[in-house]
Write a protein that binds this ligand. Sequence first.
Ligand code: ADP
Ligand code: MG
Length: 732
Amino acid sequence: MTSELRDSVSTLRSKATSRTPRHFEIPKDNRGSTKRVSDYYGELTFDFKTSEDISDVIKKDIVKAIEEGKGIKKEHAEAVANAVTTWAVNNGATHFCHWFQPLTGGTAEKHDAFFQFDKHGKAIERLSAGQLMQGEPDASSFPNGGSRSTFEARGYTTWDLTSPMFLIEAVNGRTLCIPTAFVSYNGDALDIKTPLLRSISKLNTVATKFLQLTGRLETTNVQVTCGAEQEYFLIDKAFYFARPDLVMTGRTLFGALSTRNQQLEDHYFGLIPDRVLAFMQELDYELHRLGIPSKTRHNEVAPSQFELAPIFSEANVAADNNQMIMTTMKRVAEKHEMMVLLHEKPFAGINGSGKHVNWSMSDNTGFNLLEPGNEPHENLRFLATVAIIVEALHRHAKPLRMAISGAGNDHRLGANEAPPSIISAYLGDTLHKIFHAIAEDKSFTPTHNNVMDLGTNQLAHLLKDNTDRNRTSPFAFTGNKFEFRAVGSSQAIGFPMTILNAAVTEVMIEANIYLETEQALGQSVDQSLMSLTKKLTSQSFQAVFNGDGYSKEWVAEALKRGLPNLRTTPEALKTMTEKGTYDFLVKLGIFKSEEIDTRYNILLERYIKIREIELETMIDMIHQFVIPSGLEYKSVLAKVLKNQTAIGVSSQFEMDSYKKVSTKIDEIYALSQNLHKEITGAHADHQKYAEKIALELMVVSTQMATICNELEELIPNQFYSLPKYYDMLFLR
Ligand code: ADP
Ligand code: MG
């Protein structure tokens, strides 16, 4: 038991409010001046491409192998292994580990020492090519969704050459982390990264062809770009450990709203509190050393909610970086006596946290496919690209919704706040009108009265003028990229990006065939792009919605338009068992069909386990904290009532309060007894059980939370033994 659990809430309050910002100083250089970011940026990373200990010939050969998707030569791996060992050991590393993203959503690592004996029995530090390229963690301890039997418990991690290696620091030493993919004995992907890499590579091929067909002959490859804005809450450590729900589940399972929460909207972009700024400064320093381009930091909508955004990078690196951002945040926050909450909904009734996954594609010359461009044909290519993406979103709305599902995100999506669970795209007025005009063969008239002929650079200007943002859309066009906002704050972004890449790839393959055919029939590039756009928009613009995504009208409208509305995780996951819905992933070679089954099993089981832990924790806390607090208050009230009766006085308040607290305790006791029975119930059919949890047990748990909140409001502070929203959100 931590001391926080024994401390009274008032002790915790004084603990939290008496802390001062942690002093932290960026180290000085040799001449005694404070180092600049450019001095220490990336100092904890090793990229073979920039290493001076590897010859240019080898570097070129490895880069070529990566581009062609081939393996690298053993002696080249040996050269990298030697260089990285020297670098890591000189920088104080004693161990190395294969770092990977298992399907739990987090990261995993297995450490091995560099230390070994040479053939004379002398201790040396060494990493062999084999150790660099392949590891063999015991796969049986990671979720595999029944994809293999236990005697085949072997899984392999293989070096991902495209993401830099890095050093992690603990108090007593450093470890070299080698980013890897994780596959089972028979080659099934047991991780997030493998399918992501497959999807990036497919989209590269297809988008390169698209650009060439539309006149960009200088394009030789296309990369997916991603910048993931990370939202999070920060609360004082004292309160965190005094709330078993936060420790066990990452969210408060109940808690009465404070009178002021976010109504005044005064927190957003307001002054960053001192203790938090001190944390952010140290966090940025640590991230920059890890070569993670953290750029923006600010307050978010809710009290104690903040955001970090990096400069965008290649999608696979961005996905790795986002994992490192989440771990580094937690580690640095603890030094500041604070805890980071990455849960999508840590506080009911208060803005939740998401991860805005900004997504685009750019070619080897740096050309961004979603940049509107200056010439008419560039505008046309841009419009066709947007049309392709919207078609992909429309066609594969179910898999996209599935990819962002999870117990935590259910409290955002479809819960009447944050982005809704209906997948739609926001394009803004201007773009939307342009597409309508194209569909109807009309010219587009912008608001300032000059007819838009898609010529010169009007489009770019118009879009820049039109930067009004729609916070309610799950997928919004924001100037020169799409922003997938429905992704949850705790989720690994690699999975939703994989599905998005795949969906776009499929439509772009068809678009390429169309363009080739039309051009062969004598159409110009511009004509073929125009007719492609027209063809695509006529079908898919059902998925475009520029209005208020939180409104009831949109739910009704979406139903009319035939858009799926999968409110809960079990419903979203069930689509994985539908015939046909996921075939495109298999056809494109991004998932094997067994890998889809694997993910279905793992995600469903995860949902069930998370909810069971939540429900059990809730019942436990009601018995450990809420009911005892009520009983204490009742015994005080009883004394007053008895004394009053003794002197012949009676008053209403004490009697009413006593009765109310009594009734509420009885109600919540009954509900929790029943719920307990349901949780321990057998569940041969996981899908049915998960649906029951989502549709029935979660409703009961909401009823219970409401009663807990009523009790919290009835019981005076001095008897209430849990930190309140007021404490967690406002005291630091
Ligand atoms: P916002 O107003 O939404 O915060 P920003 O300009 O700060 O907009 O961008 C948010 C994120 O989008 C940043 O992480 C940024 O690097 C990223 N971003 C910008 N351009 C692209 C792009 N072409 N591809 C992917 N991400 C991008
Ligand atoms: Mg944004």
